[in-house]
Design a binder for this molecule. Structure first.
Ligand code: PMP
Length: 440
């Protein structure tokens, strides 16, 4: 057993010492099934031999060159791969080092676009409640998680706020799905009118909401309606696919399943699969053309953008996904996981909802199924489920604050794309045992 002196601001004392496939190992030799892939990061699991080989090759050649002097072959190859598989019209890629940086860059690119085309009066963003877009100041400002925001609220920019598309809780009794979607879109329209539609830069949202709600996709027609509404006023649409993107929901990008193309899209987690920190912004041609015609470039930058090792890891991850046809596998294994979750939890008195797409699933825990009443936040159900799951050898992603940052709990599952059916059986079994132990 290794002895680790705790000098970092680490949140927990447990030490991870290794990983292989869908398992992680701690210093005591205990194995954990990594059913959340960290936080929807480890799409190929741990120590994938092809990714490691590509990283070793890149390390021998070149780890880093500053982007003000050079681009690299590997950065360009990754950009080419992403553009080739991007939603319609998205022709350019800007690399960063993670999700929050991707959101910051997207917000700034959207603002710069309007300055370049002579609409500098556009200064507002609109985003949704119960959302998370990162922890840097701009990303935190567009995020609508009150618990995360509260200490920093006085120093955050003002953002127009509307309801999330959270059908399980927010669709009214007797309200049809189209009527619900129309109501959500009408609220967004009203918010645009309130701010002045020609003063709004962009609407920001996650196509499938991960951390804050637990794998909640919007009802049919929402994204198409949103796209049309933004187009009506020339407002940009930013899809934050940091968590739900890069194959997690069964298509490379979640927006593909909505039949729309955003103006800007952020990706991160599954892009590099955890092998290196990396994120990116994909942009429509019109945005990049406006910047080239205007000030000549995107007025932004970080020291590590386009990092060669990060690009090599991400390119290898994406090539494995393509070569091994893992997207259809995500759909097939996702359907299997869905079936197993329903078999285990449909009759469970404290499971209110099971929702998701691909290998991205949320299980919402309630005190009472018929009233959807939540557990008392003081009970800290999510923290207990996390601890019990770990005791049962399972890493999942339970979160509190599903409803208002305080009330409501869910467990998010985002297992690696390479998970076998037997491993998914284990995930469901251990999760069920953990929940039952906590609520016994
Ligand atoms: N956007 C979304 C949708 C996320 O889920 C996250 C991270 N959970 C972020 C942005 C921020 O990414 P990072 O933690 O890499 O900064």
């Amino acid at each position: 057993m290794s002895h680790v002196i705790h000098r970092s601001l680490a949140q927990v004392p447990l030490v991870a010492v290794g990983g292989k496939g869908v398992e992680l190992f701690d210093q005591a030799g205990k194995a954990y099934l990594d059913a959340s892939g960290g936080a929807a990061v480890s799409c190929l699991g741990h120590a994938h031999p092809d990714v490691l080989a590509a990283m070793h090759r890149q390390l021998d050649q070149l780890a880093y060159a500053h982007t003000s002097f050079f681009t690299t072959e590997v950065q360009e190859a990754l950009a080419d791969h992403l553009v080739t598989h991007a939603p319609a019209g998205m022709t350019d890629v800007y690399f960063v080092s993670g999700g929050s940086e991707a959101v910051e860059a997207a917000l700034k690119m959207a603002r710069q676009y309007f300055v370049e085309i002579g609409q500098p009066e556009r200064t507002h963003f609109v985003a949704r409640r119960q959302s998370y877009h990162g922890n840097t100041l701009g990303a935190l400002a567009v995020g609508g998680n009150e618990w995360r925001r509260k200490q920093f609220a006085p120093i955050l920019m003002d953002v127009g706020r509307v309801a999330p598309a959270y059908e399980y809780r927010d669709r009214l009794d007797g309200e049809s799905q189209p009527a619900y979607v129309a109501r959500l879109l009408a609220e967004i329209d009203t918010k645009f009118q309130e701010l002045g539609p020609d003063k709004v830069i962009a609407f920001v949202a996650e196509p499938v909401v991960g951390a804050t709600l637990g794998a909640v996709a919007a009802p049919a027609g929402y994204w198409q309606g949103l796209r049309a509404l933004c187009d009506r006023y020339g407002i940009l649409l930013i899809a934050d696919e940091v968590m739900c993107g890069m194959g997690r929901t069964g298509s490379l990008h979640a927006v593909e399943q909505e039949g729309i193309s955003p103006d800007l899209m952020t990706i991160a987690k599954g892009l590099g699969g955890g092998y290196q920190p990396i994120g990116a912004v994909l942009a429509q041609r019109k945005m990049v053309e406006a910047m080239r015609r205007g000030s000549g470039m995107f007025q932004h930058g970080h020291t590590y953008i386009g990092h060669a090792m990060a690009a090599a890891a991400a390119l290898a991850v994406q090539q494995v996904i393509q070569r091994d046809q893992l997207l259809p596998q995500v759909l097939a294994r996702g359907a299997y996981l869905q079936k197993q979750l329903h078999a285990r939890f449909d009759a469970h008195p404290h499971v209110g909802d099971i929702r998701g797409r691909g290998l991205f699933w949320g299980v919402e825990l309630v005190q009472d199924r018929s009233s959807k009443a939540t557990f008392d936040p003081a009970f800290k159900l999510h923290a207990k489920v996390k601890a019990q799951a770990m005791a049962h050898g399972l890493l999942c992603y339970p979160m509190g604050g599903t409803i208002d940052g305080l009330h409501g709990d869910h467990v998010l599952l985002a297992p690696p794309f390479i998970s076998s059916e037997a491993e998914l059986d284990q995930v469901v079994e251990r999760l069920g045992d953990a929940i039952d132990t906590v609520l016994a």
